[in-house]
Ligand binder design. Structure first.
Ligand SMILES: *Cc1c(COP(=O)(O)O)cnc(C)c1O
Length: 362
């Protein structure tokens, strides 16, 4: 595949079967645990054609060697498991709660220096003598953005590898390897798959040696994705640039309108991607009432699908350091005026006394 193709084209053309008469245009779903001996895929846990096609496409987009996992957490854990006992990790406050739990529960073998990733000098000071810099940009759900080129260059000078979880941006908006990262991590569950119908993760390594170690880790820990998930994730990837274009335009418009709304105290939107967070006046109770009153915005966790979702993040006990009333909204691909009408109506319905709200038919 010529590297000069643009991302929108690669998303559609990469990871296709070879062009020959009667070959299918897309890698089919191959339901098999074992393959006839002698080829690269003897046993599906080591890798299989569906995962291979997905990896080829992601590798082409990210500019590296991709290894697919059964979930985003499987991908994150495989990188952290590269570290020897006694290693030190630098990670941002507010890192995805699953990763924070992994690091906290590994404290008998890994030390973590927690940093504000928007404070570049502080991060670089913490990187001194560390073994891994873990970044997540934009950070979910506070949506803080790290200076990736500056941090990656600073870490490189200090000989420290950098892993970047860029799930919130998706590879359409951020390709960390181009900016000097060692690994790019995606929860493909979110924007890549894009339809809320599967769990998958992928790590793209800058060099083949590291990718091979990840493949080995995946094989012996058993975190290989299934055939159907791999097929659906690759099918989702085909429309990722299109979906992101629409969802991002919707998110930008809604962020502006929410900022102007008298009942909204704070909007967090980095101007990038389709995830936004906002805090309605009236605290957690109002936020919960707003979720209950919204109809197009369904209350559900996760993000990155074509359907808009909303949730109060602090309802999760593991989620720390997030304002109680903060609502994270994943903006989908619906019509923006319909989405705005739904939010506006939910904002005004949730402002009413709770009794009136409870009494009104839905
Ligand atoms: C969802 C998410 C993960 C974990 O991915 P799963 O597919 O749910 O295992 C990791 N990082 C970020 C930023 C996420 O949003």
């Amino acid at each position: 595949m010529p590297r000069s193709l643009r991302l929108e084209t690669l998303a559609i053309t990469a990871g296709r079967p070879a062009t020959q008469p009667d070959a299918p245009l897309s890698e089919p779903v191959t339901l098999a645990s074992a393959f006839h001996a002698g080829g690269p895929n003897e046993y599906a846990r080591d890798g299989h054609p569906g995962a291979g096609a997905f990896e080829e496409a992601i590798g082409a987009l990210e500019g590296g060697h991709a290894v697919a996992f059964a979930s985003g957490m499987g991908a994150c854990a495989a990188i952290l498991d590269e570290l020897p006992v006694g290693a030190t990790v630098v990670a941002p406050h507010g890192v995805y709660m699953g990763v924070r739990e992994l690091l906290e529960e590994a404290e008998d073998r890994l030390a973590t220096r927690w940093v504000d990733q928007t404070d570049t000098p502080a991060v670089l000071a913490a990187v001194e003598g560390a073994d891994l810099l873990w970044l997540e940009t934009p950070l979910n759900p506070l949506l803080e953005v790290a200076d990736l080129p500056g941090l990656a260059a600073g870490a490189r000078v200090r000989g420290v590898p950098v892993a970047v979880d860029a799930t919130v941006a998706s590879p359409v908006l951020l390709r960390p390897l181009e900016q000097g990262a060692t690994w790019s991590v995606q929860s493909a569950t979110k924007y890549i798959a894009g339809h809320g119908d599967l769990l998958m993760g992928v790590v793209t390594a800058a060099d083949e040696d590291r990718a091979e170690r990840l493949r080995h880790h995946r094989k012996i820990h058993g975190a290989t994705p299934g055939a159907l998930e791999s097929f659906l994730a690759l099918r989702g990837l085909r429309t990722l640039p299109l979906r992101m274009e629409r969802a991002q335009a919707n998110a930008r418009e809604l962020a502006y309108r929410l900022r102007e709304h008298p009942d909204v105290e704070r909007v967090r939107y980095p101007g990038l991607g389709a995830l936004l967070s906002f805090e309605p006046a009236g605290g957690a109770e109002r936020a919960d009432a707003l979720c209950a009153a919204a109809e197009l915005f369904v209350t559900a966790t996760s993000f990155g699908g074509v359907q808009s979702t909303i949730e109060r993040r602090a309802r999760w006990p593991q989620e720390r350091g997030v304002p109680d009333a903060l609502l994270r909204a994943s903006i989908g691909c619906e019509d923006v005026e319909d989405l705005w009408a739904d939010l506006e109506r939910a904002l005004s319905a949730s402002a009413r006394p709770a009794t009136a709200l409870g009494a009104s038919p839905r």
